[in-house]
Design a protein around this ligand. Structure first.
Ligand code: SAH
Ligand code: SF4
Length: 391
């Protein structure tokens, strides 16, 4: 692909229901689960209640075996077990960093692999979830963007990542235990592999499951979706998911952003900022997070900081500065600590929170933008990456 190649979202999709074999209940919406039960013989009158019961077993108590669903009759459980499955992706490897960050490589249907990262912090923790295998976009500083193979994850494969992490953290509550206020998995960020807004429906359905009051029960304020700027889907995110929004901004001129985040050629800074102005009001989010990767000599001058402040004027915002996480053959270098602090200071003085993200899990290549599954290791050459970035 050249720098001027069109941005596509040509991705493979797999049907949720395989031609033969049981239907996986994980990832179905509440209505979807009810319909599936009816189609498979549950009387219509009972279906809503049954779906509610099964839902609770799966998402509140973390059960994967119909036999443990003790408020359902034995015969009904046997019928369910014949027609349905409760399946989450398989964990292939689990690595733990010196700083406690955990990285899971999980295998999904078709033998593809995606990465999921758990980042603990003060007794709580954030799960960084993937939405696609690889990414169709080719941001020049992102390791995932060099991966050729792409397929959208199903809703089940997305919420399955949360379930796997809860398994590993041993965080399914005991029945009857008091509601747990501090959770090890307290936040979700859609900042793993892939562009979540190019897989909108599956991401939405999975996050609805994560937010459902009879289940995993995470507040929409504890879920952050990060996008490189798929403008037409931004208003829809507010209306249909209502979670927090993070934007991979990364540059203050179209010239530089075109190179760093090529989707900018389709929807430029001005168009993007317009869409963002409408967001907090629609979704009741307090603020939009602007992510800004600090690349030495590329986007990190004082003038950039001042331009950034001007561009986002009037938008309730927080600016997350991300020291560039280097990966093998990456065409950029991380800005110096001094530079990042100076940049943060200018933004802070203009009245915006400007935290500098602490790189986590670097020793296991789990930091932001370093994810790339083992399925497709054929790396583009440094030359190719630079050519695409127009360097
Ligand atoms: N595709 C979405 C979400 C996944 S990327 C998006 O682009 O927003 C999550 C965040 O990590 C984005 O802000 C992305 O720009 C940033 N990122 C990518 N590569 C990085 C790297 N090597 N170092 C630091 N941040 C990186
Ligand atoms: Fe895709 Fe996000 Fe990486 Fe860009 S930064 S290539 S949109 S995952």
């Amino acid at each position: 692909m050249t720098a001027t190649a069109p941005i596509t979202q040509d991705v493979m999709t797999i049907p949720r229901k395989l031609p033969e074999g049981p239907i996986n209940l994980v990832g179905l919406t509440r209505d979807g689960m009810r319909d599936a039960l009816i189609e498979n013989g549950t009387p219509e009158k009972q279906a809503k209640m049954r779906a509610g019961q099964i839902w609770q077993w799966i998402y509140q108590w973390g059960k994967r075996d119909f036999d443990e669903m003790t408020n359902l009759s034995k015969t009904y459980r046997a019928e369910l077990a014949e027609k349905f499955a409760i399946e989450v992706p398989e964990v292939v490897t689990r690595q733990v960093s010196e700083d406690g960050t955990r990285k899971y490589l999980v295998k999904i249907a078709g033998g593809h692999e995606v990465e999921v990262v758990y980042i603990p912090e003060d007794g709580r923790g954030t799960l960084c979830v993937s939405s696609q295998v690889g990414c169709t976009l080719t941001c020049s500083f992102c390791h995932t963007g060099t991966q050729k193979l792409v397929r959208n994850l199903t809703a089940g494969e997305i919420i399955g990542q949360v379930m796997i992490a809860r398994d590993d953290l041993d965080e399914w509550p005991e029945q009857g235990a008091p509601k747990d206020e501090t959770r090890l998995l307290s936040n979700i960020v859609l900042m793993g592999m892939g562009e979540p807004l190019y897989n909108f429906e599956n991401v939405r359905d999975a996050m609805k499951i994560a937010m459902d009051a009879e289940g995993i029960q995470l507040s929409r304020r504890r879920i952050t979706l990060s996008t490189s700027g798929v403008v037409p889907e931004i208003a829809r995110t507010a209306e249909e998911i209502g979670c927090q929004l993070a934007i991979s901004f990364h540059a203050t001129t179209d010239e530089v952003r075109d190179k760093l985040v090529p989707i900018n050629k389709r929807w430029n800074i001005e168009v993007l900022v317009e869409a963002l102005r409408a967001y907090p009001r629609v979704s009741n989010s307090e603020r939009i997070t602007f992510e800004y990767v600090m690349l030495d000599g590329i986007n990190d001058t004082d003038a950039d900081a001042h331009r950034l402040i001007k561009l986002i004027e009037g938008i309730p915002a927080k600016i997350n500065l991300i020291p560039f996480n280097e990966w093998p053959d990456a065409p950029y270098k991380r800005s110096s600590g001094n530079r990042i602090h100076r940049f943060a200071d200018i933004i802070y003085k203009a009245g915006y929170a400007s935290p500098i993200r602490k790189p986590r899990g670097e020793d296991i290549m789990a930091a932001c933008g370093q994810l790339k599954s083992a399925t497709e290791r054929a790396r583009k050459s440094r030359k190719q990456i630079q050519a695409e970035a127009g360097l």
